[in-house]
Design a binder for this molecule. Structure first.
Ligand code: ASP
Ligand code: MG
Length: 417
C-alpha cells in the first residue's frame, strides 16, 4: 500500500474550476489504490487579504486573533476540496488542524509543528477515505489556533508526510519543477530531475522561491522524499514528472553536475560603515545591536585597516529592515565610532550552488573570471561548502545570471534561446 501526501498551493486552489481539477488529480491517485492525504493552501491572494484586514482593524493586533483570522483561508479550501471530491464519487473529509490535532509551539504567526496525532487520520485512510487537511495551521497550548508563517503549507505537508510515514510528498505548484535558474531570465534553463536537500536549502534560501525553506530543512531531517510538480500540466504515467528532492546518495554520479543551480536575490541592501576603529570588539559593537534588534545580517566584508588605524565594514541586511538597521547603527554610533554610513538598496546577491563543488576546485575563480570579463564588479563575497555568493549592482542581475549559466555549462542544448 502506497501512502502519499499531495499538497496544492494557492494558485492550484484559486477558484472552484481549479479545485475541480485538483479533485481529479487526487481521484487519479486514489483510484490507483493509494492512501491519500491532501494538504491545501488558501486561494491565491486570500492570505494577503486576511492579513490586511488584521492590520486595518488595529496596527497592534493580538497575534492570537491574527492566527484565527488568517488560518481561515485554508479552512475554506479544505472544505471545498472535500465537497468537490465527494461530487466525483471519492469519499473525503476535511480535518482542521485542531481536530487532529497538529500541535505547535506558542509562537503565534510563526509557530513550529511539534507533534501530529495521526490516529484518526490513519483510520480514515485505511477506510479508503481521502483526508483533506488545511495547511499553515495548528494548535498551541491553551487550545489556541496558530499559523506557521507565510508559505507554511509546504511545511505542513512535509510534517504530515513524516508523521504518517508517507512514501512520497508531492508538492503541486504553478511551476513544473526546480530549474537550474529562473527560466524568465534564462530561457535555456533546464528542469532538474533530482536535487539534494542541501542544494535545495541553498537554492530556496537564496531566492528560488519554489518551497518554503523551512519545509526543506524538515524534509532533510525526516528523510521525506519530496517532489515538486505542476498542477497545470496534464497528469502522465511518468512517476517522476517534476523535480525530486532527495538525499545525496540517491543521485547517480553520472547525472551529477559541478554546479546544480544559480539563484538571485534582490531582497537585501548593502550598508558600509566608514572608518570603524581597528581594535578588538569593534565588530561586536556593530553586530551586537543589530542582532538585538532582530535584524539578520547576511554577507560581511571587513577591509584591511588603513594606516590611519581604521577600517571599513560592509554588510547586507534585508531591504525591508534597512531603515531600522540604519536607526540602530545611528543609536550605537558612540560605541562603534564610525565616521559615516553609506547604504545602497540597489544590490543583488547571485549564488552558484552545487554539491559537486565539494570535490572540485576552481568554482569560485570561474565565477569571478566570468563576471570580471563582463565588467561586473563584485561588492562582497560569501562561501559555504556547496555555495559561492557574490553581491553585485542590481542592474547587472540578469546579465550575471545568464553568463554564469553558460559558463558552468548549464544551458539546455536542444532549445534555442
Ligand atoms: N496561505 C498561506 C500563505 O499564503 C500559507 C501557504 O500558502 O503556504 O502564506
Ligand atoms: Mg507556497
Amino acid at each position: 500500500m502506497t501512502r502519499i501526501v499531495m499538497k496544492f498551493g494557492g494558485t492550484s486552489m484559486a477558484g472552484i474550476e481549479r479545485i475541480r481539477i485538483v479533485a481529479q488529480r487526487v481521484k487519479r491517485e486514489w483510484e490507483m489504490g493509494n492512501e491519500v492525504a491532501v494538504v491545501v493552501s488558501a486561494m491565491a491572494g486570500e492570505t494577503d487579504r486576511l492579513v490586511n484586514f488584521c492590520r486595518e482593524a488595529s496596527s497592534l493586533y493580538d497575534p492570537r486573533e491574527y492566527d484565527v483570522v488568517v488560518s481561515s483561508g485554508e479552512q475554506v479550501t479544505s472544505g471545498l476540496l472535500a465537497i468537490a471530491l465527494q461530487a466525483i464519487g471519492v469519499p473525503a473529509r476535511s480535518w482542521m488542524g485542531w481536530q487532529l490535532p497538529i500541535r505547535t509551539s506558542d509562537g503565534h504567526a510563526s509557530a513550529r509543528i511539534e507533534d501530529i496525532d495521526t490516529q484518526a487520520l490513519g483510520n480514515s485512510l485505511t477506510n479508503r477515505e481521502v483526508a483533506v487537511i488545511p495547511g499553515f495551521q495548528g494548535l498551541a497550548s491553551g487550545e489556541r489556533v496558530t499559523t506557521l508563517g507565510r508559505g507554511g503549507s509546504d511545511t505542513s505537508a512535509v510534517a504530515m508526510a513524516a508523521a504518517m510515514k508517507a512514501d512520497r510528498c508531492d508538492i503541486y505548484t504553478d511551476v513544473d519543477g526546480v530549474y537550474t535558474t529562473d527560466p524568465r531570465i534564462v530561457p535555456r534553463a533546464r528542469k532538474l530531475k533530482r536535487v539534494t536537500y542541501e542544494e535545495m536549502l541553498e537554492l530556496a534560501s537564496v531566492g528560488a522561491k519554489v518551497l518554503q525553506t523551512r519545509s526543506v530543512g524538515l524534509a532533510m531531517k525526516e528523510g521525506v522524499r519530496v517532489q515538486v510538480l505542476s498542477s497545470f500540466v496534464e497528469a502522465t504515467d511518468d512517476p517522476e514528472p517534476g523535480t525530486l528532492i532527495v538525499g545525496e546518495e540517491e543521485i547517480e554520479d553520472m547525472e551529477r553536475q559541478l554546479i546544480t543551480g544559480i539563484a538571485h536575490d534582490k531582497s537585501e541592501a548593502k550598508v558600509t560603515l566608514a572608518e570603524v576603529p581597528d581594535r578588538p570588539g569593534a565588530v561586536a559593537a556593530i553586530f551586537g545591536p543589530l542582532a538585538e534588534a532582530n535584524i539578520n545580517v547576511d554577507m560581511i566584508v571587513q577591509n584591511i585597516a588603513h594606516t590611519t588605524g581604521s577600517t571599513d565594514v560592509t554588510f547586507t541586511v534585508p531591504r525591508a529592515e534597512l531603515a531600522r538597521a540604519l536607526d540602530t547603527l545611528e543609536k550605537s554610533r558612540g560605541e562603534i565610532g564610525f565616521s559615516k554610513v553609506i547604504h545602497d538598496p540597489r544590490v543583488a546577491k547571485i549564488s552558484v550552488v552545487g554539491v559537486g563543488m565539494r570535490s572540485h576546485a576552481g568554482v569560485a575563480s570561474r565565477m569571478f573570471d566570468t563576471l570580471g570579463a563582463r565588467g561586473i564588479n563584485i561588492l562582497a563575497i560569501t562561501t559555504s561548502e556547496i555555495k559561492v555568493s557574490v553581491l553585485i549592482e542590481e542592474d547587472y542581475t540578469e546579465l550575471a545570471v545568464r553568463v554564469l549559466h553558460t559558463a558552468y555549462g548549464l544551458d539546455a542544448e536542444d532549445e534555442a534561446a
